[in-house]
Design a protein around this ligand. Structure first.
Ligand code: C5J
Length: 227
């Protein structure tokens, strides 16, 4: 079995069971004029992790391991958008409203797209999710079961919202979860640090964290283990 150097202790990677899940690396969270910016956030923080997310994606592709992408978005008729979600944020620009990149967080709109540098390639699964967790109201659980995936490496945004929520959902469903430290970001640096600390506390109560370089080293064919 090939261990990946991680906190609070080594992550026991199994090549047949491992996939990368990239959470919500969308224009709406990373570019000026999108949803993240409309909430008053400094979106430049998100753009800074793009090179590390890209390295991770390319490493998984090179190792022949699955890459799964998620997109937070809603149906154009907003039937999957509860008022409890729509009513949050700046009332002048809510989910579903017309913004500079089309309707905010609506499936098929320009702002909803994954950043071009990180775009999925043919054969990669893309999960459209209406919630913060990627298991809620999506086909993700069935996709992972069909592929025999039991371990997930996490990248994407934001650390304490959609990434952490999905890690907790995955942990409850029996998946081993590893968060790639330089490949995730928050609009609030202190929230990223706190989320990572609470994930790996108490003996990896939610999961592990690791540096991108160590993950890439761990998934190289000479190091990775077999089920
Ligand atoms: C947020 C996300 N922060 N993808 N979404 O609203 O974390």
């Amino acid at each position: 079995m090939g261990d990946i150097k991680a906190e609070p202790f080594a992550f026991p990677a199994i090549s047949e069971a491992l996939a990368l899940i990239v959470i919500d690396m969308q224009r709406d969270f990373a570019e000026p004029g999108g949803f993240g910016a409309s909430l008053g956030n400094d979106v430049s923080r998100i753009m800074k992790i793009v090179p590390d997310v890209k390295r991770l994606i390319e490493g998984f592709r090179a190792a022949g391991l699955p890459v799964i992408h998620t997109m937070e978005c809603h149906r154009p008729d907003l039937s999957d958008l509860p008022p409890a979600k729509r009513d949050r944020g700046n009332p002048s620009l809510r989910i579903g409203d017309e913004g500079p990149m089309g309707r905010i967080l609506i499936s098929g709109e320009r702002g909803t797209e994954i950043l071009s540098e990180l775009a999925p390639i043919d054969g990669e699964v893309v999960i459209e999710k209406p919630g913060k967790g990627a298991f809620y109201a999506t086909e993700l659980g069935d996709v992972l079961k069909a592929k025999g995936i039991r371990q997930l490496v996490f990248a994407g945004v934001t650390t304490e919202v959609c990434v952490q929520t999905t890690m907790r959902e995955a942990n409850d469903r029996g998946y081993e979860c590893l968060l790639a430290e330089e490949a995730t970001e928050s609009y609030f640096p202190e929230f990223k640090e706190a989320a990572m600390a609470m994930i790996r506390a108490q003996g990896a109560i939610v999961g592990w964290t690791a540096h991108v370089d160590d993950i890439l080293e761990g998934i190289s064919p000479k190091r990775i283990g077999h089920a």
